[in-house]
Design a protein around this ligand. Sequence first.
Ligand SMILES: Nc1ncnc2c1ncn2[C@@H]1O[C@H](COP(=O)(O)OP(=O)(O)OP(=O)(O)O)[C@@H](O)[C@H]1O
Length: 264
Amino acid sequence: MVANSGQAALELRQLRKRFGETEIIRGVDLAVRRGERVAVIGPNGAGKSTLFNLISGRFAPSSGEIWLNGVRIDGKRPFEINRLGLSRSFQITNVFPKLSVFENLRCSVLWSSGYGYTFFKNLARLRDVNERAEALMGSIHLEHRRDVLAANLTYAEQRALEIGITIAGGAEVILLDEPTAGMSHHETEHFIGLIRSVTEGKTLLTVEHDMSVVFGLADRIAVVVYGEVIAFDTPQAVRANPKVQEAYLGAVVEAASSQGAHHA
Ligand SMILES: Nc1ncnc2c1ncn2[C@@H]1O[C@H](COP(=O)(O)OP(=O)(O)OP(=O)(O)O)[C@@H](O)[C@H]1O
């Protein structure tokens, strides 16, 4: 798909979502540039997951528009949005525990190309799929665990596999939901590097609570409070924004800024 160079990879226009009487997303405008890494932060219940569910097509918006590379995607089904180049991780739930690392990746490559198992009848194509799965396995640093069942991987390895599955189809826009949740400090540091390398040249949107990840990974940060984006700017500008300090970050950012500074 060819798009204008100035066009946003992902754009939300006056996006709203209500559940019953309650408006959870309240007129969000957001334009994410191609190749940009954006962290969505905000207090519990602010609407971050709802925003992801709207973008990935799990929920339909009450009103407003969502554009992916110049194509309007609000109202489309998740698999249609996926085919248009947006892929979302689901915190391990898309990892098959009884398949090996390699088989998990091979299945993802197959399904993301729109082929079922009949695809295996064509040996030349099978070779392509295998090569792609091998390459993915290398990019997530799991070659040495090739034939291990996903169920027997460590938690951090499962999260890496989940990232591999998410990027298997070659989507240009990647949504990651708390990619380092539950990891140790050491694992998190390693994982930030892994996410950086596998999303090189892609557009990344991540919901994240860990400020060291936010400041280590994001080119820009969108701060969501009560269903509104109250700031969307560089980490430095967000850190210094009094509105953000007042509404949310405060001491959290102060504590994380020295930690995150060496990542930024
Ligand atoms: N399907 C739903 N039906 C009704 N209310 C919902 C639904 N999904 C989310 N909500 C409500 O919307 C609000 C925002 O929830 P959401 O999960 O998007 O917040 P969040 O910012 O991701 O929070 P957290 O950081 O705790 O994950 C919450 O008050 C939640 O109860």
